[in-house]
Design a protein around this ligand. Structure first.
Ligand code: GLU
Length: 419
């Protein structure tokens, strides 16, 4: 893998730069460059036809210095150890940016879930949970949904872990169905957080939502929720894509109709298009004429091959790591504002935190309470990042890293190194 596409190395490079701005010595933050614990597991699954397939899975705990490890589980054919490592590191930084008492972790299984039946997926999830069960738990490491995992999968994880321990342990996982201890508002939380950050930024930059055309790459849980909420908030959403390609309407998409189609489990390529809406490729979508581009799919989508062709003025990273380091540099030179992932997509883990607190206290909060506390945290984090940006005259990404690293280093210094 070329260095600029190695997401973990990208993260370390930015950390080094942020530490330089803070005047830290390498001993102050050396531990943050090394994940605390990495578990690689082989997951045998009895397939419906009687054959056995073995999948590789990971759970990587980057840091527990600020609290229990926290982070999602992804099922994807491209999952590898290095990607999970970077995703785990970003979780530590993200939780520090929004100042919730967690460290960072991530899990993944290298599998294309579209090729598995529901029963195969359930068996895979249960066996993976059993394999990582020695290192997870409400006080140790709390998984959550990520790419291609959802509330149903979290329910299977909760049940498997509970069966292994002999009693029900809701707090082992967040993003569960509400009937078994999930929080109201958790499924929409990441997209809602993205919407708040877009609103905060446009307010800060004194932009009128009606003048900010939005293009979103990715119509998964995050991208689709953000599309619906941003449209409700008065932003014209002109482009949207999924794995099959994109749709575009310069006058604004009929987001509700598209959302309805996607929520029935279908992809965009089968959506009936109305008016001036037409199809385009994912590459074309990223290069559309718009004010705000929201990558909400996978890593490395904005890279040195297309960074020069992006026409948006502002990029809000709803995915984790969608922009490579080289693209970051090109965009900065071109004056494109980039609102970083570890701030923009933190809404999911914030409401995961609320879910975990509700589980520990055996309470359930109203949707209004969840949503207003989410808004408060996103607002505070946004302005804390802006403060660092102005104080150090750096980009928003650097400012968010500075804020996070300062908090992580401070916690490390207070705790000291054992023994
Ligand atoms: N997978 C989400 C993320 O990348 C949520 C993690 C969580 O809720 O723990 O932030």
């Amino acid at each position: 893998m070329p260095k600029q596409y190695d997401p973990y190395q990208n993260m370390i490079d930015i950390m080094d730069e942020a530490a330089g701005v803070l005047g830290l010595e390498s001993k102050d933050y050396e531990t943050l460059k090394h994940p605390e614990r990495e578990l690689v597991v082989s997951i045998p699954v009895e397939m419906d036809d009687g054959s056995v397939q073995v999948f590789e899975g990971y759970r990587i705990q980057h840091s527990s210095v600020r609290g229990p490890c926290k982070g999602g589980i992804r099922f994807h054919q491209d999952v590898d150890r290095n990607e999970v490592r970077a995703l785990a590191g970003w979780m530590s930084l993200k939780c520090a940016v929004v100042d919730i008492p967690y460290g960072g972790a991530k899990g993944g299984v290298t599998v294309d879930p579209r090729l598995l039946s529901k029963n195969e997926l359930r068996r895979l999830t249960r066996r993976y949970t059993a394999m990582i069960s020695p290192i997870i738990g409400p006080d140790r490491d709390i998984p959550a949904p990520d790419v291609n995992t959802n509330a149903e999968v979290m329910g299977w994880i909760m049940d498997t872990f509970s069966m292994l321990h002999g009693y029900t342990i809701p707090g082992v996982v967040t993003g569960k169905p509400v009937q078994i201890g999930g929080s109201l508002g958790r499924p929409e939380a990441t997209g809602r957080g993205v919407m708040h950050i877009v609103q905060e930024y446009t307010k800060y930059a004194k932009l009128d939502p009606a003048d900010c055309r939005i293009v979103i790459q990715g119509a998964g849980n995050v991208g689709l929720t953000a599309a619906v909420l941003l449209k409700e908030a008065g932003f014209p959403v002109v482009g949207l894509s999924d794995v099959t390609g994109g749709v575009y309407n310069p006058e604004g998409l009929d987001v509700e109709r598209l959302a309805k189609h996607i929520k029935t489990g279908k992809l965009l390529d089968t959506a009936v298009l109305h008016g001036d809406t037409h199809r385009l490729t994912n590459d074309e979508l990223l290069q559309l004429d718009c004010e705000i581009l929201i990558p909400a799919a996978l890593e490395n989508q904005i890279n040195e091959d297309n960074a020069n062709k992006i026409k948006a003025d502002i990029i809000v990273e709803a995915a984790n790591g969608p922009t490579t380091r080289e693209a970051d540099r090109i965009l900065r030179e071109r004056g494109v504002v980039l609102v970083p992932d570890i701030l923009a997509n933190a809404g999911g883990v914030v409401v995961s935190y609320f879910e975990w607190v509700q589980n520990i206290e055996h309470l359930s909060w109203t949707l209004d309470r969840v949503n207003s506390m989410l808004e408060e945290i996103m607002h505070r984090a946004f302005y804390e990042v802006i403060e660092q940006m102005n104080k150090h005259a750096v980009t928003m990404r650097m400012a968010a890293y500075i804020l996070a690293i300062e908090r992580l280093v401070r916690a490390t210094q207070i705790r000291g190194i054992f023994p």
